[in-house]
Design a protein around this ligand. Structure first.
Ligand code: DGI
Ligand code: FE
Ligand code: FE
Length: 197
């Protein structure tokens, strides 16, 4: 690959070809939103764009393929993940980023791995991808989204707290949607750091 720009163009092209049009639009939305948030919070803009482009690359693996991919790569699967294999698309996406695109930076790989559940004490890039996934312009249906979008550029930790709160609330109203341990741990971590301030 000649340079970084060529590399990003290649990843964009691959995502366009491999994802349904609607998901590609979301992917671009996350990449550009993450890049803008990086400008605002002084994070590396190209890393944010790249992590955004790759975060959902495994979204459309069937349950069977997702489990097989994890087993083949030696990635651990929790009980909740085994019952809800779509929760693994971040982890599998990160392994694609590593194996296919030779991305080595842990920060980018972790941002992809934890984009659905978050995790306690996320790095700035991880927080950016977690929030950008929720607020990108194509996301329309969520109540209170305008306020979360504002927070993403003004108080990132409060933004993360609100997203987790809304997600947990949403999941608890949905039948059969188990809440992942990591989602709960992330929520309690970000609630506790607020109390310490
Ligand atoms: O892949 P996207 O749709 O862009 O976004 P995502 O990776 O954040 O996945 C969103 C879905 O994941 C949404 O329906 C809420 C769900 N989710 C988030 N945390 C949990 C969860 N689902 C379960 N079962 N448990 C969780 O802890
Ligand atoms: Fe996702
Ligand atoms: Fe996404």
């Amino acid at each position: 690959m000649k340079n970084k720009e060529d590399f990003l163009n290649q990843v964009m092209k691959d995502m366009k070809e491999s994802l349904p049009a609607k998901r590609y639009k979301h992917t671009l939305g996350v990449a550009y939103t993450a890049a803008s948030m990086a400008m605002c919070h002084k994070e590396d803009m190209e890393d944010a764009f790249l992590a955004g482009l790759l975060h959902d690359s495994a979204k459309y693996f069937s349950d069977k393929k997702m489990i097989e991919a994890c087993e083949q790569k030696g990635l651990p699967i929790s009980d909740v993940e085994r019952r809800n294999p779509y929760l693994l698309h971040g982890k599998v996406g990160a392994s694609i980023a590593k194996e296919k695109y030779h991305i080595e930076r842990d920060d980018i790989l972790n941002a992809i791995t934890y984009h659905t559940t978050g995790r306690p004490d996320m790095s700035l890039l991880e927080q950016i991808i977690f929030a950008a996934d929720y607020i990108e312009p194509g996301r329309m249906r969520i109540e209170g989204l305008e306020a979360v979008r504002h927070l993403a550029f003004h108080d990132l930790e409060e933004c993360i707290r609100t997203i987790l709160q809304q997600t947990i609330e949403y999941l608890s109203t949905q039948e059969g949607k188990e809440i992942d341990e990591t989602t709960l741990e992330t929520y309690s971590y970000y609630m506790n750091i607020e109390r310490r301030i």
